[in-house]
Structures are given as structure tokens and as C-alpha cells.
Write a protein that binds this ligand. Structure first.
Ligand code: PHB
Length: 399
């Protein structure tokens, strides 16, 4: 009798085994749903959800992903730290991901180290961030990656430039990266101005630029509504008519703001790792899937691409470990990751720095079928590693 009961129990357990093996991977996803850039959080979340929907079937049997979303309320490191702490301690997440703003990423970095929770940065772009924790990998960009080749290109076109950047990490990097390359190419930077991150008096700054009469104005501001304010003031004060050319990393012509900017954006030239107008088949498929899921008038932006590729990176770690994530093994897998077919072109994670390696494209805002688009003109850098870290090896750079 006892034997039969045991046999039955064993059979019941065997039948239940696939269920018992079911595994939920929790991703603590922190981005901005309110405050400065509050409209951009959903561009990241939608990309993660779309990737999961399209690729869920590739996960090991029984493995599910739970995305726990949190609002860091904009550039707010204390809030970001508190959210990451709760996600780690209370929700016991396997991974942290997301994050638009550098100060927030910097605040989370020590927690990722302490708790050994891999942290996939899908936007924040100050070069130094990845050095702050061995548990960070970044699938977005660094500002040096766009601004350094921009400076090289600009030095062949313009004699003088003026730089105007938001006064925080990515702004400093954009200014330094651009200036170093522009000067090395023989250009002269007339003046460099750093403006408050929130609500600067744009008209006053633009007047100063106009009076200085540079050939080009290089601007970095956080993507989103601020970019439209820059564009409007540049136009209202007649800088274009005065012969000044507006250039910058692609943050100043972010896709979702182009319709709000209107024709003043025409001709603005930028360097960036992606554009919605990029002709790559994987990009076309990405845009098509986005429109099918979210509506014909919806377009992803670069924050979406960083989040899409970041989710692909996480999937690779889950697949290789068959759903049982070990943080150190996860980081090992991240370091070897490559995707020849991202919407932005071939990408990989640099095993040494855990930063993304990618192409940079020169783009110009043009009208395509009646709509403003960042048309890619040429590839100005191929498989580019973060130049700040590369230069750091030979000559220490300013942070
Ligand atoms: C950042 O804080 O690192 C950041 C924010 C917005 C951008 C780019 C970088 O468009």
C-alpha cells in the first residue's frame, strides 16, 4: 500500500515538474513617466514589451518575464536610488534596466554592485557611467560616440563653432567630445556655454550666440520637448538667417518631436547611431512592427531602439542560462554579445568596457513623403567604441 502511495506521489510530482520548473525573470524597469522627459518613458517601455511579445517563444519552456515599471520622475537621483533599492530588496528583481538620465544611473550603480544585480542601461549616455559598476552594460550610446565624429566632420565644413549644452554629465561630454575633435581638425571654438538643465532662458542664450557670429552652433540638450524649445528660439531670433548652422548629436532632432518642430528643423545636421529613416531591413521591420502594435501614426525614437536592443541582450542571457540567472554568468554573456542586425546596424558589447560598439551616421532633417525625417547621408564611423574610454587609455580626458 505504502509503495503504491509513494509511486502515485512520485507520478504526481513528475507530472507537476514542468510547472515547478516554471521560472519568472523579474526586470525592474526604471524610467521617466513624469517630470522632464516624462513623455519619453513609454517610448522605452513600449519597445521592451514589443520585443518580449515578438520573441517570447524563443525563451526556454516555462520561462516568463515580469516587467516591473517604476517612475523616477525625471532627473532625480534620490528617487531613482530609492526605487532601485525597493526593486532589489522587496521585489527581488533579477535585473535592473531602463533609465533616461545620467544622474539616476550614477545613483543606481553602487546598488547594482552591492546586490550583484545586472543593470542594463537603455539610455543614459555619459561615458563614465559604465565604469561605476562591473554589473552595468549599456545598449544606448555615449555622447562622445556622436559628438566626437560630429566635431571631426564639422572641422572640415566650418571655421568656427559655438557650443551650448545642458549643464550635466552628457552635456559636458558632448561639449568635450565635439571640441576636442573640432580643434584637432583645425576649427576654432569661439565660446562654450553650459545652461541649466531645466527651463533655461533660451532667447537670451540664442541672442548671445547670434552676436558671436559662429559658423556653426553645436547644441546638446536632453532629447524631447527641450529640443523643440531650442529649435523655436533658434528660428525666432533669426540665427539661421544670420548664416549660423545648427548641428548636434541626434538628441536635438529626436523623432517624436520633429512634427512639433516644423520646418525650422529642415537642414539641421546631426550625428547619431540610428534614425527612423535608416534604410536597413531590420530597421524597416522594427518600424513596421511598432506601427502595427501601437498605431500607424506612431514612430519609435532612439530611446526605443536602446530599449529594444537592451531587451535582446537580456534575452540572450536568459536563453543561454536556460532561465536560471546567475549575475556573474549574465555579465559574462553580456560581454560577448553581438547582433549584426539591430535596427541601427551591427552592434556588440565591448567586453572590456561593457559599452555598446556601433556605427554613427551623419543625418540631415529633410522632408520624406511630406514628413520631417532624419535622413542618413553617410556612415561617419563604423564599429565605434566609446572614444572617451579609448582616448583615456593614452591621455586622461576631462570628465
Ligand atoms: C542622460 O542623462 O544621459 C541623457 C538624457 C537625455 C538624452 C541623452 C542623455 O537625450
Amino acid at each position: 500500500m505504502k509503495k503504491i502511495v509513494l509511486a502515485l506521489l512520485a507520478a504526481a510530482f513528475a507530472a507537476a515538474a514542468p510547472l515547478a520548473a516554471a521560472q519568472t525573470i523579474k526586470i525592474g524597469f526604471i524610467t521617466s513617466y513624469s517630470g522632464l522627459n516624462g513623455n519619453l518613458g513609454p517610448y522605452m517601455e513600449r519597445a521592451v514589451r514589443l520585443y518580449i511579445k515578438e520573441h517570447q517563444k524563443e525563451l526556454p519552456p516555462g520561462v516568463k518575464i515580469e516587467l516591473i515599471t517604476r517612475d523616477d520622475t525625471g532627473p532625480n537621483p534620490d528617487k531613482a536610488k530609492q526605487l532601485a533599492q525597493e526593486l532589489i530588496v522587496r521585489d527581488k528583481v533579477n535585473l535592473l534596466a531602463g533609465v533616461i538620465f545620467t544622474p539616476n544611473a550614477m545613483a543606481i550603480a553602487p546598488l547594482a554592485t552591492e546586490a550583484k544585480v545586472p543593470f542594463v542601461i537603455m539610455n543614459a549616455g555619459t561615458a563614465v557611467i559604465t565604469t561605476r559598476s562591473p554589473y552595468i552594460a549599456r545598449t544606448s550610446f555615449t555622447l562622445w560616440q556622436s559628438s566626437y565624429p560630429l566635431g571631426q566632420w564639422a572641422s572640415k565644413k566650418f571655421k568656427s563653432a559655438y557650443t551650448l549644452v545642458s549643464d550635466f554629465g552628457p552635456g559636458h561630454d558632448a561639449e568635450n567630445g565635439f571640441t576636442q575633435a573640432f580643434k584637432a581638425g583645425g576649427g576654432k571654438v569661439i565660446d562654450s556655454v553650459r545652461v541649466p538643465l531645466q527651463n533655461p532662458d533660451w532667447a537670451a542664450y540664442m541672442q548671445r550666440v547670434k552676436d558671436a557670429k559662429p559658423d556653426a552652433l553645436m547644441v546638446f540638450i536632453p532629447a524631447g520637448k527641450t529640443a523643440t524649445a531650442v529649435m523655436k528660439n533658434f528660428s525666432d531670433l533669426g540665427l539661421g538667417q544670420a548664416g549660423i548652422k545648427l548641428i548636434g548629436p541626434g538628441d536635438i532632432t529626436t523623432e517624436e518631436e520633429l512634427p512639433n518642430m516644423g520646418d525650422v528643423a529642415l537642414g539641421v545636421t546631426t550625428v547619431f547611431h540610428w534614425s527612423a529613416a535608416g534604410p536597413r531591413p531590420a530597421n524597416k521591420a522594427f518600424i513596421e512592427a511598432w506601427k502595427k502594435e501601437y498605431g500607424a501614426n506612431e514612430t519609435p525614437n532612439f530611446l526605443s531602439v536602446g530599449s529594444w536592443d537592451g531587451t535582446a541582450l537580456i534575452f540572450e542571457a536568459i536563453k543561454q542560462q536556460k532561465g536560471k540567472l546567475d549575475p556573474d554568468k549574465t555579465m559574462q554573456i553580456f560581454k560577448g554579445w553581438k547582433n549584426p542586425n539591430s535596427p541601427r546596424g551591427p552592434i556588440s558589447i565591448d567586453p572590456e568596457t561593457r559599452d555598446i560598439v556601433q556605427n554613427e551616421y551623419l543625418r540631415e532633417v529633410k522632408k520624406v513623403n511630406g514628413q520631417l525625417a532624419n535622413v542618413e547621408l553617410e556612415t561617419v564611423a563604423t564599429a565605434l567604441k566609446d572614444p572617451w574610454k579609448e582616448l583615456q587609455k593614452s591621455q586622461p580626458q576631462k570628465k
